[in-house]
Design a protein around this ligand. Structure first.
Ligand SMILES: Cc1cc2nc3c(=O)[nH]c(=O)nc-3n(C[C@H](O)[C@H](O)[C@H](O)COP(=O)(O)O)c2cc1C
Length: 391
């Protein structure tokens, strides 16, 4: 397959709530300690990913602090950091975002997370019903944007009051860093249309994702705006399709039916997120019908909240599936895989060449010794050997 005419903007995920080899098992898990997260960030920075997503939630290491620490260990990686209106004032978030944009030399992207779990939100002091949370977010970002662009804001809103709010420094990316956002309800789509730069969807089948993208596009057009689009997907890529499907089976091989039942019941009662409901409806808690469209596997969502689908297959297969998403308007992919360090390498080594990314994009050779071939002889002290000509 030839390299893309329009290369995909490919980000990775920093697992700030922990990592593992098997879903739904306490064997071979990894804590999200800072040195591990640093290993992932420096690997993906070197491998040619354009950025990383840092989630927010009670189970996650705090996203701004983590991104600030990782920024000092990376060179060109961007940080898509979750910002949750309501957990702090817009003036405080304006200072946080500006400082992070400045210390990272303009590498900050923000992911607006309005939130989909009333019980978790209550812990942060937010008691608003679903749609009103978007009205609150609208007021929040009015103040936040005024501060970043003008250094000053005033608002006497229904949810937010700010009197003579001030900001001392401009962000490096002035008037503001790019705003990304995911949410599938009608209120979310209206909010996105008027406010954000990039709309993100979890990995729904292309036809369903297209419906949503068309709805967002139409809502934005009514407000005289244009958005770009991205998708959040897991990846299980191996050299052959058969190996990839075996790896998918292995990932959930220690997940019990009881754990699936308990987890799905918890999501159904604790979440009021339309996006989460759409994810759950793909598999309905059943492990026997997980390929929900060609090569799109819903096994992750049996136990993980949020992004619940993976593209599974050989590099050629998965690249072709990504092209289908590109055709419906998706430019950005936020990938992940278990465990996140090893899978970041696998995606960069197997899939990136098919997408014209990473080393393929920079036209770098795997090995650069004078006259040597690219045959790897095990890395012993006597070096490599020449491959027969034409091989
Ligand atoms: C790519 C993506 C990333 C998200 N990241 C988070 C997150 O880090 N924390 C969280 O609580 N919700 C996250 N969400 C959920 C949404 O922010 C949103 O709050 C939720 O889906 C409720 O919206 P809805 O009912 O309008 O669909 C994410 C959604 C998407 C699509």
């Amino acid at each position: 397959m030839t390299a893309a005419k329009n290369p995909i903007d490919f980000l990775w995920f920093i697992p700030t709530a922990g990592d593992g080899i098997y879903l739904g098992s306490n064997e071979l898990t990894r804590a999200p300690d800072h040195r591990y997260l640093r290993e992932i960030a420096s690997a993906v920075d070197r491998l040619g990913y354009s950025g990383v997503l840092l989630p927010t939630g009670v189970a996650c290491e705090e996203s701004f602090v983590t991104a600030a620490a990782l920024a000092t260990h990376t060179e060109s990686l961007k940080f898509l950091v979750a910002i949750r209106p309501g957990t702090a004032s817009p003036a405080y978030y304006a200072r946080l975002a500006t400082a992070l944009d400045r210390v990272s030399d303009g590498r900050l992207l923000l992911n607006i997370v309005v939130g989909g779990s009333p019980s978790e939100l209550a812990g942060d002091g937010i008691f608003l019903p679903h749609d009103e949370r978007y009205d609150h977010a609208e007021e929040f970002f009015t103040v936040w944007e005024d501060l970043l662009s003008k250094g000053q804001a005033d608002l006497n809103g229904k949810h937010i009051r700010a009197k003579n709010a001030r900001l001392g420094f401009r962000p490096t990316q002035w008037p503001r860093p790019p705003l990304y956002f995911g949410g599938s309800s009608d209120a979310a789509i209206e909010f996105a249309a008027g406010r954000v730069d990039k709309y993100l969807t979890w990995g729904e089948p292309p036809a369903q994702a297209k419906e949503k993208i068309d709805a967002v596009r139409a809502a934005a057009a009514r407000k005289g705006r244009e958005l770009s689009f991205g998708i959040r997907l897991h990846f299980i890529v191996r050299e052959t399709d058969e190996e990839a499907w075996a790896a998918a089976d292995r990932l959930i091989s220690r997940l019990s039916d009881e754990t699936i039942r308990e987890t799905q019941a918890r999501f159904a009662t604790e979440s009021d997120s339309v996006g989460q409901r759409r994810m759950a409806a793909l598999h309905n808690g059943r492990r026997d019908k997980l390929e929900v469209s060609p090569n799109l596997w819903a096994g992750v969502g049996l136990v993980r909240a949020g992004a619940g689908t993976a593209l599974v297959g050989s590099p050629e297969t998965v690249a072709a599936r990504l092209r289908e998403y590109q055709q419906i308007g998706i430019e950005t992919v936020i990938g992940s895989g278990y465990p996140h360090l090893e899978e970041a390498y696998r995606i960069a080594e197997l899939l990136f060449p098919k997408l014209g990314l990473g080393k393929a994009a920079k036209n770098e050779n795997e090995r650069s010794e004078f006259g040597d071939s690219a045959v790897f002889a095990g890395g012993g002290h006597s070096g490599g050997f020449r491959a027969a000509s034409g091989s």
